[in-house]
Write a protein that binds this ligand. Structure first.
Ligand SMILES: C[S@@+](CC[C@H](N)C(=O)[O-])C[C@H]1O[C@@H](n2cnc3c(N)ncnc32)[C@H](O)[C@@H]1O
Length: 248
């Protein structure tokens, strides 16, 4: 193992020396820049392809990255705390859902805080939730989500009670049902703290099982700090995902 590593390192440094001899330090710098540009833009291109593929397959419009500053928000109070719109990668969504403990979906409501054009709502409809609710504060995105819910065609759809609500996540009152709450990078830790304060009030009034699917390391720190137990780290890192629960 050690010998294999040494072989790899020796091979790499030999290639590096011969590159510098051939093309100079400038050539090496150019090659490094080109490789990293290809890595970043190659994966962005992949994301764009996947975006288009989902929309074409299901007759909807969920693609694209949209800055909140390009939207008409009637209430701008939380604008600076919000993050841009970008639909979840369907593969990542299904991986997250697959990591949930075995639950009777029909007893749970699925809630998406910051549901945008509704891609996660449509994906959640592949599971037999009692109903699915998206909370989105940008009216333009909410209207697109409503159209998408109507237009969606997918033979894997098993839940048809899907609703997009135009509201700020910090003022939305949770239904009293057990819930799978999905939070995919909608806003910063400040708003997350306020949302969790409301969740705590709701839990005190109606004790029940909640699962939180949370993307983003900083939001996960807030959720853990609010007393939710981390069940699974689905993927690590700054943009990774984890599942939390409120009781053992
Ligand atoms: C990264 S997108 C997530 C889209 C969707 N959840 C999905 O997974 O496909 C984040 C969304 O959160 C919304 N958002 C940001 N701040 C919000 C707030 N305070 N209340 C409700 N929605 C908010 C944005 O408008 C955006 O549509």
């Amino acid at each position: 193992m050690l010998a294999a590593n040494r072989g790899t390192i020796l091979g790499f440094s030999r290639r590096l020396r011969s590159k510098v001899r051939r093309d100079g330090i400038g050539g090496l710098a150019l090659a490094v820049w080109w490789q990293s540009w290809r890595r970043v833009n190659g994966s962005k291109r992949q994301e764009r392809l996947l975006d288009g593929e989902f929309d074409r397959a299901h007759g909807v419009d969920t693609a694209g990255v949209i800055s909140l500053y390009s939207l008409n928000l009637p209430n701008q109070e939380n604008l600076d705390h919000g993050l841009k719109y970008q639909g979840i990668n369907p593969n990542i969504f299904r991986k997250m859902m697959g990591a949930l403990p075995a639950i009777d979906f029909s007893k749970f409501v699925f809630i998406d805080y910051g549901s945008g054009k509704g891609r996660a709502l449509l994906l959640a409809a592949e599971y037999p939730f009692s109903r699915i609710i998206g909370v989105e504060f940008a009216p333009e995105l909410h209207m697109i989500a409503k159209r998408n819910i109507q237009a969606y065609r997918n033979s894997r759809q098993v839940c048809r009670a899907i609703q997009s609500i135009c509201a700020d996540a910090t003022t939305y009152e949770l239904p009293a049902d057990p819930a799978v709450i999905y939070i995919y990078n909608p806003f910063d830790a400040v708003l997350m703290t306020r949302v969790l304060e409301n969740v705590a009030v709701s839990l005190a009034a109606h004790p029940r099982q909640l699962y939180l699917l949370v993307s983003g390391e900083s939001l996960q720190t807030v959720v853990a700090g609010a007393g939710f137990r981390r069940l699974v780290q689905v993927s690590p890192g700054q943009f990774g995902t984890a599942i939390f629960a409120n009781s053992p």
